[in-house]
Design a protein around this ligand. Structure first.
Ligand code: F6R
Length: 259
């Protein structure tokens, strides 16, 4: 795992946006896995600016990590609406190239299999953008999720319900069930990029990067991923024991590795 510590939130967001932009410049028809939540909002804003300067999304295909069960596509708190607001309405991604789990599917297990099949038929995910929950979840793979899991329905922990209450006004409005790509689905992406910012993520970040690989902290499985970048700001890096080493590696990175 490459661990990149940036001095500020803004610099961490810029680094993540540049990694995504480099992927699109290398391969215009990239398949991106995308995340919602507070963390990527700044990244999507920078990508929007880059699009105004020519970054092309016309051939890009997207698969979002997750969606709440029971919310319609046009519900203001649905992740589809979130993505529409923060990215899709602002760049030239083709509507037919956008994929989400359907939180209103009648047959959820069958729909989850279809979502996996759609990812495969698009050629697999080239770059998966991730955030991390304060309990170490990725997607909505809460602690105890199988590290081999595929897209399926999950029940949120009370902690995640509380964390996400800010989007809904009150915790009792947060749906308890979600459809999420599995940990195994995420691990199949050719590259992963996890962005974590703020002090509230420091404990999950140290567990993920320096703790044991465990289903109790699903993000820790990314230690096994052959191409995973973790981008953090100083606040999220406070508990990393080898922070100086990660900074030293990054500062001494050969130019050819920065592409
Ligand atoms: C959202 C997702 C979640 C979030 C995580 C962090 O699509 O997959 O894993 O990335 O809950 O959320 P924020 O960024 O709001 O702290």
């Amino acid at each position: 795992m490459e661990i990149i510590i940036k001095a500020s939130l803004a610099e961490a967001q810029r680094e993540a946006a540049e990694i995504i932009a480099r992927q699109l410049r290398r391969k215009a028809a990239s398949v991106l896995g995308l995340a919602t939540g507070s963390t990527p909002i700044g990244v999507y804003a920078i990508l929007t600016e880059m699009h105004k300067e020519g970054l092309d999304f016309s051939k890009v295909k997207t698969f979002n990590l997750d969606e709440y069960v029971g919310l319609s596509d046009d519900h203001p708190q649905s992740y589809r609406q979130f993505m529409q607001q923060h990215l899709f309405s602002r760049v030239n991604v083709a509507p037919g190239h956008i994929h989400f789990p359907d939180g209103r599917a009648e047959d959820i297990p069958a729909h989850c299999l279809e979502y996996e099949a759609a990812i495969r038929s698009a050629g697999g995910i080239d770059l998966q953008l991730l955030g991390i929950g304060s309990d170490g979840h990725i997607g909505f793979n809460e602690p105890s999720s199988s590290l081999a899991s595929r897209t399926r329905i999950k029940t949120l922990t009370p902690r995640t319900v509380k964390d996400n209450a800010r989007f809904f006004g009150t915790a009792d409005k947060v749906p308890h069930h979600v459809i999420t790509m599995g940990v195994g689905t995420i691990m199949d992406a050719r590259a992963c990029l996890l962005l974590a910012t703020g002090e509230s993520k420091a404990e999950a970040v140290v567990g993920m990067a320096e703790g044991p690989i465990t289903a109790n902290l699903p993000a820790s499985v990314l230690q096994m991923h052959p191409d995973c970048k973790l981008v953090v700001d100083e606040a999220a890096a406070t508990r990393l024991r080898r922070a100086d080493y990660y900074r030293w590696v990054y500062e001494n990175k050969p130019d050819w590795q920065r592409r």
